[in-house]
Design a protein. Sequence first.
Length: 454
Amino acid sequence: MTSESIDALVVGASVVGVTAALALQQRGFKVMLLDQYPVAQSCSFGNAGVIATGAFPLSAHYRLTDIPAIFLNRSSPAALDWASVARLLPWALQYATVTRRDTVWHNTAVIHGLCRSALQSYQLLLGAEMPPINRYGYLALHLDVSELDAAIRLNAIRNSLGSTAKTISGTDLVELEPAIAGLASGATFLEGAGHVTDPAAFVATLANVFAQRGGRLRCDRVERLETESDGQVFLRGARENYLSPLVVLATGARANRLLADCRHQIPLVSERGYHLELDVDRGFISRPTALPRFGVVLTPSPHGARIAGISHFGCPDFQEQPRLLLSALNRLRRLLPILRPRPGLEVCSGERPTTPDSLPVVEQVLGHRSVFVSSGDGHLGLTLAPVTAGVVADMVIGISSNYSRELGSCRFWRSEESWQRLRKTSMTGVGGPSCALEGLLKDLAVACSSPAPH
Ligand SMILES: Cc1cc2nc3c(=O)[nH]c(=O)nc-3n(C[C@H](O)[C@H](O)[C@H](O)COP(=O)(O)OP(=O)(O)OC[C@H]3O[C@@H](n4cnc5c(N)ncnc54)[C@H](O)[C@@H]3O)c2cc1C
């Protein structure tokens, strides 16, 4: 048993775990952060680096009736691990319940609200030790007039939810990204978005701040979790055992493995995304630039640029298929032949922890008052981590917020009850559509015809 005295132990030293550990430290806890790998080696390594100002849930992008065709189309940016199908069914059923129009609207509003707090939440966590975050915004290229029309409708929704989304074309676009502007009929420019060039280094810097503030980092794999009768939590590690008054599980797509020891589960799948370094010079692009038609983002990296994206659904640790990204790159190269893989570097992948409604799950585990879970950030972990860190740390000290009520997994188990609640909130305000927005809401399904880009 470790002899170190701690108040809280966070399992998972990736972006969600490291930020949760920092937030607990801020509230006076002596924290240990534990991971089976070195910091930020899982999904938080090599993502697109966008700190988004807002996003739409998957249920806005993938309508139920279109899903079979999407998965069967070999050039689609969304794919299914067919060996996982039987185990994905319960998740798929939950997904079906969140595709109702009002629910999509409600979740879109909640996600935009969470994203809006992201940059400020990083600032609050890190203060003067905040690593650099670029503020050049985020661009999405629309390759033909129908994509541009759909984007104009989406941008109206984004703006109604507090983002600043501009539709641009011509010289404005050339000025922003001269190397790739020629591809597009127009683009969406999201002014307030942030970007980190090296997400793994960014998370490693956060972990260093945690260590400098007195936090302890350990490399170990937790194999079992038990709650003792006095409320302490016992963790059996591969190397050592640990006893802590409080545990936060930030174990990404694998969250259900340890939750099973508490007889608890959350609806979570692995949505594998891929990334690859491109053989272009630094400065080729200045900001992350999505190509929604291909389901990818071109994003500045320390070497030059990286291509990242694809949604490949399965159960944790399922077989990766780098050809999914390579095939998107090949199709993109027909328009932009300069984009080649950087010699010697291969496609990497990470498993996004994805819930049916694209909102994270942050909660105290039922029947285990000392165990908390924070996972399910899907496409937005780098963006939402500092926000969910604040939610979980407040929950630990007994402070609940609107978000703590929104983010509990009970929202999936009381579907009829929560459906009524959602209906009520969406009729009366709190992120719901006003009459003026009803027209925009109608457009949502039409406009979200392209896949989620990163
Ligand atoms: C291609 C791609 C592009 C993306 N782009 C963006 C983007 O631009 N912006 C954005 O906001 N998000 C983006 N994301 C999403 C973001 O990367 C994820 O949401 C985020 O990394 C999830 O972080 P996490 O800490 O929950 O999980 P992970 O990063 O997977 O970390 C979980 C950690 O838990 C550890 N762990 C699990 N089980 C155990 C155990 N039993 N014992 C010890 N340790 C354990 C793992 O080793 C791992 O380190 C992207 C994702 C991908 C794949």
